[in-house]
Write a protein that binds this ligand. Structure first.
Ligand SMILES: Nc1ncnc2c1ncn2[C@@H]1O[C@H](COP(=O)(O)OP(=O)(O)OP(=O)(O)O)[C@@H](O)[C@H]1O
Length: 209
């Protein structure tokens, strides 16, 4: 287990940028093992853009990033986009399996059962994902968190993970985030609602161009 407090991700004077357009400049952040950082800022500030840059989906043109002591972007962080990426023609179990395969995990039938039970989708294994509600669809994307540990994905980048979830599921998610952080994981997440379990905050509004 990673010792809590060990540096995981450092951003130094980073520019949050889409194409030619800088949105925020001089962004600085220190995330350690055990950090749950709530990324805030008004609509359009650049929160999703920052997460996409850290996930390697948009380029970082200015600033220094170090991850686990080495210069450069995180290596295959877990990125849960607010665009869900669920394939409507696959069943619930097939979608979850696909999402786990991305991280080198081949889940057993028991793993799938346990993860789907955790998100309240027990019995939905063979249902087509196109038949689910918005909240149920989001739960498929979150079910993978049940099976991922800091040894597999030390850093979670979560974009609005609580959107469309009911109160009970938000509480379960918060408990899972705490367990992951206590086990040495680090989390950077956006949410337009309060995150009671966050122990750190980054307000992008402070860095707007
Ligand atoms: N696909 C895109 N192509 C070009 N510009 C985009 C695209 N998506 C967003 N933007 C622009 O980038 C800026 C930052 O968007 P981003 O989604 O990162 O903000 P955000 O802080 O996550 O907002 P919200 O709180 O509304 O989710 C916005 O001004 C937006 O106009």
């Amino acid at each position: 287990m990673t010792v809590l407090g060990t540096p995981v991700l450092t951003l130094d004077e980073m520019t949050v940028q889409r194409g030619e357009t800088p949105l925020c400049e001089g962004v600085t952040l220190h995330l350690s093992a055990g950090s749950i950082c709530h990324l805030i800022g008004a609509n359009g500030t650049g929160k999703t853009t920052l997460l996409m840059q850290l996930a390697g989906l948009l380029p970082v043109l200015t600033g220094e990033i170090s991850y686990q002591g080495l210069s450069g972007l995180p290596i295959q962080p877990l990125y849960v986009s607010h665009q869900l990426g669920i394939h409507p023609n696959l069943t619930v179990a097939q979608n979850l399996t696909f999402l786990l395969n991305l991280y080198g995990i081949t889940p057993s039938a028991t793993d799938i059962d346990d993860a789907l039970t955790w998100v309240g989708l027990q019995g939905f294994e063979t249902i087509s994902s196109s038949h689910l509600s918005a909240g149920q669809t989001r739960r498929i994307t979150l079910a993978r968190l049940y099976l991922l540990t800091p040894a597999i994905t030390p850093l979670w980048l979560l974009d609005e993970p609580f959107t469309a979830l009911d109160v009970d599921m938000v509480a379960r998610m918060e408990a899972r985030l705490c367990d992951f952080a206590q086990a040495g994981g680090s989390i950077l997440m956006t949410s337009h609602q309060a995150v009671g379990v966050a122990n750190q905050m980054l307000d992008l509004s402070d860095y707007m161009v």
